[in-house]
Design a protein around this ligand. Structure first.
Ligand code: PGA
Length: 871
């Protein structure tokens, strides 16, 4: 059955053929023939589960070393091109026959009435936080070329193209594919933390800068049509924030100087972009008629709008000039009139807006001028205010050094009550604690210097201070004290991140204690953000246990915040892949506990997901629409609370899962050596994906390995273990002990059905026979029994899932995904077999031919492209 739409299929075929032509020209017919043969065998392996991969493996075994690199490059690039075609297709008019926004507004309006929906829409606050997480394998230079391809595919669909225009587009496409082929797809050097931040700014500049006003116009139109009222001028449902250059948790490369540079770069970039806007606006706003207020402001100029914008232009130019010199390292004081707040930008724009409206020129006001106003509301003065993130231990260490220096004792050895008493006393005291000229050790100095940077910068450029591995109230108070000591004169929101099973379970008590402290309540001004860590909790406890713990923690916090009269914002630290809390936004939002959304949500967007969701203006407009629709639904039509019997069952299933997961990961002695030998965990480091080391601590085993390489490594070998280990035990428990309740949950509890859908997606992409091949190649005999056990678990999980979903095979209800996996597998599988072979050779020789070394890296990038959103 063909499910993939024809246009998409044709585009994939066309790009594949063009790539084939390039390979033929560049590598000659011999190699081209081999690629074709491998592709054919790859397809035959994927006909059914029973198909024998033998002939494919055999063919790959005959390859000469010199052919391996071009072959893995061919397959890897094909997967990238297929992804582009898919991304472009789903953003096209053909794929979006239904307008998600309109549909949602219509339904909600039907159920609740226009006013309630309009009110909710006005109050929406969706905060998307771009993080520097090292999961984007694709180099920026290639991303730009892929974007060009996507644009060309869209242009080729235009019906008014003249023949020469079509020819030019096609030639351009060929040329771009040639360029890609002749570009090294692997980064030679690790990006610096500043490079990562620049990448974030580029996403704003190249895509979101256009997409936000476009989306807002669309939302305004839909609201007028469906709700009879448009959006207010200051409506701003989206805000973007960034961790790039601010997140120093386990990343010594993010220093206070990096943070300062990134803050300045943001202001520089913002000034540059606004200047272009103002330049264009001055061209448009040539009108002479203006309100008395505006005329009075500009000395009755004959071009009052241009005159009013002139002052803003000068301020922006000054900001640009000053920030540029600072970035270059010169110590120049900011001139009086640099831009320091949104208000500085808004005032002149709003004066123009008001005057145009007053003089009957609403349509002109609502054009480019309103776009600029919307941008200011969304992007502020540095495009993406920074979150600072640091590990709780670093703060304990810093305070410990201070108390020791002052001969007050060893803070790190005090119990929680003693710590809290000390911190509160210091926070309430008017005297500074840290002596002025004291020189602490470098780590403490860095913590204090970071706080000092926050004190120096305008408050709008910083968003919050996040504490990873937050465990106790004192972790939050310690940061408050460090910030106070820096002389900061505003209250940076301090956000605890709960990210292990124990910490999630404890989050209620931590916040209860904090919200009962007068000092702290006053500090917060009645507003609090709490961050929930999805990936580390899953790594700690397995996916189901972590998901349920996250749910309960949010539920409890919501209740507690209501009792304590705190305005709570939940911040979801989701990774891109399912094992790290990723998955479709609609599913995530529909699984939220009742009352946990209320129009406001903060979510991380990471690595390649930023590209997939926001890389192109069209794609971004669509993603923004999905966010708005899902947030509105979760706000206005929250799910019912789970029934008591559901709770009871999921609690027991979660315990079964925990036991199953930890029984392997923590207790089975074979596990760590198995993981180490089976997966390319060590080899992944060579990809130089990000500025951050793969481990929290230089020493330490799997427990200190970050969640990203953990999931990435399992995804490469197609076992995807972090996303399902423990699920078999849970499903078995549910099905055997309480089949009716289980079915009821599946039918009526979106939280649970989404969990199973995501599980199914992961199982659908796993491949036991490929995982077994890695084992055969790489794992010592004595550990094979564990592999068999794991694969058996995976199989049983699949059987159980099919049984509860009453289907014969996985993804029976999602034919499009099933097909999309099937199209990719013939390209991904050969990369897997070659990867296992290359790993084996590398591990044996230690010293590797540079071409083969590169080939190994390309297999990793290629498999990541083939797997897209799983792992
Ligand atoms: P973290 O993020 O390691 O920065 O906490 C984990 C993830 O996104 O998976």
């Amino acid at each position: 059955m063909t499910v993939i739409p024809d246009t998409l299929r044709e585009n994939v075929r066309m790009l594949g053929e063009l790539l084939g032509d390039t390979i033929l020209e560049n590598q000659g017919p011999e190699l081209f023939r081999k690629v074709e043969e491998i592709r054919r065998l790859g397809k035959s392996v994927n006909v059914s589960e029973e198909s024998d991969p033998g002939p494919l493996i055999e063919e790959l075994g005959t390859l000469e070393d010199k052919d391996i690199l071009p072959i893995v490059r061919s397959f890897s690039q094909f997967l990238n091109l297929a992804n582009i075609a898919e991304q472009q297709y789903f953003a096209s008019a053909e794929a979006q026959q239904r307008d998600i926004l309109e549909d949602t507004l219509e339904q909600l309006e039907g159920n609740l009435g226009k006013d309630d929906v309009a009110q909710a829409l006005k109050n929406l606050n969706i905060e998307l936080v771009l993080t520097a997480h090292p999961t984007e394998v694709t180099r920026r230079t290639l991303i730009r070329k892929y974007e060009r391809i996507a644009q060309t595919l869209a242009d080729l669909k235009r019906t008014d193209l003249l023949p020469y225009e079509r020819n030019e587009l096609k030639t351009g496409l060929r040329r771009t594919i040639d360029e890609i082929w002749h570009t090294n797809e692997i980064r030679d050097e690790r990006p610096t933390a500043v490079d990562e931040a620049k990448w974030g700014f580029a996403v704003i500049e190249n895509s979101l800068w256009q997409a936000i006003p476009q989306f807002m116009r669309e939302l305004d139109r839909s609201a007028r049509r469906r709700l009879g009222q448009g959006l207010p001028v200051d409506a701003s449902p989206f805000h973007f924030y960034s961790w790039m250059g601010g997140d120093r948790d386990g990343n010594p490369n993010v220093t206070h100087t990096v943070t300062r540079e990134v803050l300045l770069l943001g202001r520089w970039m913002a000034a540059d972009l606004y200047l272009k806007d103002i330049h264009d606006l001055a061209g448009d706003l040539s009108m002479s008629e203006a309100s008395d207020e505006l005329l009075a402001q500009v000395d009755n100029s004959r071009t009052p709008y241009r005159a009013r914008l002139h002052g803003l232009r000068t301020r922006l130019e000054n900001t640009l000039y000053w920030a540029e010199r600072r970035v270059k390292g010169e110590t120049v004081k900011p001139p009086e009139d640099v831009i320091l707040s949104r208000q500085d930008l808004l005032e002149p724009l709003m004066d123009c807006y008001q005057s145009l409206v007053d003089c009957g020129m609403q349509r002109i006001a609502d054009g480019a001028l309103l776009d600029s106003i919307r941008r200011v509301h969304c992007f502020g003065i540095n495009l993406v205010p920074l979150d600072i993130r640091q590990d709780s231990d670093r703060h304990v260490q810093a305070i410990d050094e201070i108390t020791q220096y002052l001969e007050l004792g060893e803070y790190s050895t005090w119990n929680e009550d003693e710590r809290q008493a000390f911190l509160i006393e210091q926070l309430e005291s008017k005297r500074p604690l840290v002596p002025r000229n004291w020189v602490p050790g470098p780590d403490t100095q860095e913590v204090l210097d970071t706080a000092r940077i926050l004190a120096e910068e305008p408050s709008e450029t910083i968003s919050s201070y996040i504490i990873s591995m937050a465990r106790q109230p004192s972790d939050v108070l310690a940061v408050a004290l460090i910030l106070k000591e820096s002389g900061l004169n505003w209250n940076v929101p301090i956000v605890p991140l709960f990210e292990t099973l124990d910490d999630l379970d404890r989050s209620f008590h931590v916040m209860e204690k904090l919200w009962s402290m007068d000092w702290y309540r006053q500090y917060t001004g009645g507003r609090q953000t709490v961050m929930i860590g999805y990936s580390d909790s899953a790594k700690d406890a397995g996916k189901l246990t972590a998901t349920w713990a996250q749910y309960k923690s949010q539920e409890n916090l919501v209740k507690l915040a209501a009792e304590k009269d705190i305005h709570l914002m939940l911040f979801h630290g989701r990774g891109g892949t399912i094992g790290r809390g990723g998955g479709p936004v609609e599913k995530a939002m529909a699984s939220q506990p009742p009352g946990s959304v209320r129009g406001a949500i903060r979510v991380t967007e990471q690595g390649e997901m930023i590209r997939y969701k926001f890389g192109l203006p069209r794609v971004a407009v669509r993603s923004l629409g999905i966010y708005v629709a899902a947030t509105l639904r979760a706000t206005l039509e929250p799910n019912d609370a789970p029934k008591p019997e559901w709770r009871e069952l999921i609690e027991a299933m979660s315990q079964a899962s925990l036991k199953g997961y930890r029984g392997i990961v923590r207790e089975d002695e074979r596990f760590v050596p198995y993981f180490r030998s089976l997966t390319p965990e060590q080899e992944l480091g060579k990809l130089a994906l990000g500025s951050r080391p793969a481990k929290r601590k230089a020493t330490g085993g799997v427990e200190s390995l970050r969640a990203i390489p953990w999931v990435f490594a399992w995804m490469q070998v197609r076992l995807n273990l972090p996303s399902w280990l423990g699920a078999r035990q849970a499903l078995q428990y549910g099905v055997e002990q309480a089949p009716e309740t289980f079915q009821d949950m599946l039918d009526h509890w979106p939280f649970f059905s989404s969990f199973l859908d995501l599980l199914e997606m992961v199982l659908g992409k796993a491949d036991r026979s490929i995982a077994a091949y890695y084992e055969k190649q790489l794992v010592p005999e004595e550990l094979h029994s564990l592999g068999e056990q794991l694969r058996d678990d995976l199989k049983q999980c699949e059987v159980l899932l099919n049984r509860v979903k009453h289907q014969d095979e996985l993804l029976a209800g999602d034919a499009l995904l099933a097909q999309s996996i099937q199209v990719r597998n013939p390209y991904t599988d050969p990369l897997n077999y070659l990867q296992a072979e290359l790993m084996k050779r590398e591990r044996k020789t230690g010293n590797f031919d540079p071409h083969l070394e590169r080939a190994l890296k390309v297999t990793m990038a290629g498999i990541a492209a083939g797997m897209r959103n799983t792992g």
